[in-house]
Ligand binder design. Structure first.
Ligand code: GLY
Ligand code: MN
Ligand code: MN
Length: 493
């Protein structure tokens, strides 16, 4: 049993703030400071409805509690990262924190505190507290003089409001690090997000035990609950609209660059969601053979293909991950179609292998088998196909695995143990991508010239259901003739 955690509001909170971080206001007269203290309305909000996922986050915390009885568990959201001087990168809360709280506030920390009186072997005995920065102090001028004061960065929720919204008791985070440093008892922390929390716990945790916590939270996310499946569908639906937007502006991209495509998709992501879930790959022509082409500064030319791999992240941080490889002028050339149709056939085989009870690897094996068959049939590899697969020779052109788990992270559940993921079994509620590809580098002298510089990937987001699977991204056509008809329709619209 851990000793009770009793953070106090630090003294610094009462002291007057000296000046704004960037030094724009080096001196403040006593008269102005006095003036700024008063004349502000009470804007406290009451009777707030809990966020939609509050019941789900409570169930996730209960599962975590049961796994680590008697131990204090510390899950930070993370802090702002400086870009330069007093400007910061856009903040994105840690996946573990968002999963367990539904909150996305910088500097927030969730602590699961073992309940007093319970033996360490008893399950389910934790109280959750969320530690947050309260509303800015108006007495000491923090709200207008500090760079992170609400006057500069916007109103945040009071602790009372946060409690109503999240369904978790909230306390002031500013006393937390000191309290953690003083506390006794077993503790685990999700590392990599909050340096102050880590410094406070440095003598109390071990890398191995902290990793067990991270692994557990990664594996817990493999099966999505009903709320999560709804969010993933929202992410995909916005992504479908983003792809439609791109088809409509291909002429503008031809006149400028791949950046026009990137910006167009980003607009949809920001208007309908929180952000893009990962850097959009807007790869025209031979750039399609570079797996993570995110520079997006190349030309967009008629006659070439555009490989667009992009996903909208919802306001609750769930992301889609979809790829279509489109003929920029609306029609695939003969060689483009041949390669595209092979990847399509491979993807069909992969999707058909996604069902509950199947091994996770099955869809990859099914997709790779088709691609190896094609490469042998085209004379690029010598058969038999089984020998090619055994030696992995097809990988010169297939390059990557055929998919991954999808959720809050684009490569979700990445810390899961092999037996719970790549060597595991599919279950209803898992969501994964199926994304085979063929990539012929522009300088690959082992293939006929007509293949060189062509890259094709088709990627869909597949939910494992009770009796098979559901393609969440079926709203975008995949067959080559259907892609052409869809593009023609959008260009006319
Ligand atoms: N967009 C990264 C991936 O497809 O895995
Ligand atoms: Mn992708
Ligand atoms: Mn992917």
């Amino acid at each position: 049993m851990a000793e009770e955690l009793t953070p106090e509001t630090p003294e610094t909170a009462e002291k007057p703030v000296k000046q704004r971080k960037n030094g724009l206001y080096p001196g403040v007269s006593d008269e102005l400071a006095e003036n700024m203290r008063s004349g502000w309305a009470d804007t406290e909000l009451h009777g707030l409805e809990p966020i939609a996922q509050a019941a789900h986050t409570a169930a996730r915390r209960a599962a975590l509690s049961a796994r680590f009885p008697g131990e204090r568990l510390v899950i930070p959201a993370g802090n702002l990262k400086t870009r330069s001087n007093d400007t910061e990168y856009v903040f994105r809360a840690s996946t573990e924190y968002a999963y367990l709280t539904g909150d996305q506030t910088q500097d927030g920390v969730l602590v699961l505190e073992p309940r007093a009186g319970l033996e360490s072997t008893e399950a389910g005995g934790h109280d959750a507290t969320i530690y947050l920065l309260p509303r800015s102090n108006r007495e000491n001028g923090e709200f207008w003089l500090d760079g992170q004061g609400e006057l500069w960065v916007g109103r945040r929720h009071s602790l009372g409001e946060a409690e109503q919204l999240l369904g978790i008791p909230a306390k002031d985070v500013r006393g937390l690090a000191a309290a953690l440093a003083d506390a006794t008892g077993p503790v685990r922390n999700v590392r990599g997000h909050d340096a102050a929390v880590e410094a406070a716990l440095t003598d109390k945790v071990t890398a191995e035990r902290d990793e067990e916590l991270r692994v557990h939270l990664s594996e817990a996310r493999a099966v999505k609950d009903a709320f999560e499946i709804g969010e993933l569908q929202k992410a995909v639906d916005s992504t479908v609209r983003g792809f439609e937007d791109v088809v409509k502006i291909l002429d503008k991209a031809e006149a400028t660059s791949e950046r026009y495509i990137e910006g167009t998709f980003f607009l949809r992501a920001r208007v309908e969601g929180n952000d893009i879930g990962y850097g959009s790959i807007c790869a025209a022509g031979p750039h399609a053979t570079t797996l993570h082409w995110v520079r997006n500064d190349g030309d967009v030319r008629r006659g070439d293909l555009l490989l667009l791999d992009a996903g909208v992240e919802t306001h609750t941080l769930y992301t889609a991950d979809v790829t279509r490889t489109l003929p920029i002028d609306g029609r695939y050339s003969e060689i483009q179609r041949k390669i595209y149709d092979a990847v399509y056939e491979s993807q069909e085989a992969g999707i058909a292998a996604v069902r509950p009870g199947a091994k996770y690897r099955d869809f990859h094996d099914a997709s790779q088998h088709v691609l190896a068959e094609k490469l042998v049939a085209w004379g690029l590899l010598e058969g038999p196909v089984e020998k090619v697969l055994e030696l992995g020779l097809q990988r010169r052109w297939t390059l990557h695995g055929t998919g991954h788990m999808l959720g809050l992270d684009v490569h979700d559940c990445a810390a899961a143990r092999r037996e719970a993921y790549v060597d595991g079994t599919l279950e209803p509620g898992m969501c994964l991508t199926v994304e085979p590809g063929l990539y012929f580098q522009a300088d690959d002298l082992t293939v006929p010239e007509e293949y060189r510089g062509i890259g094709v990937r088709i990627e869909d987001d597949i939910l494992v259901t009770e009796d098979g699977n559901r393609n969440l991204s079926a709203g975008l056509p995949r067959r080559s003739d259907e892609v052409e008809a869809w593009m023609a329709g959008l260009k006319q619209a």
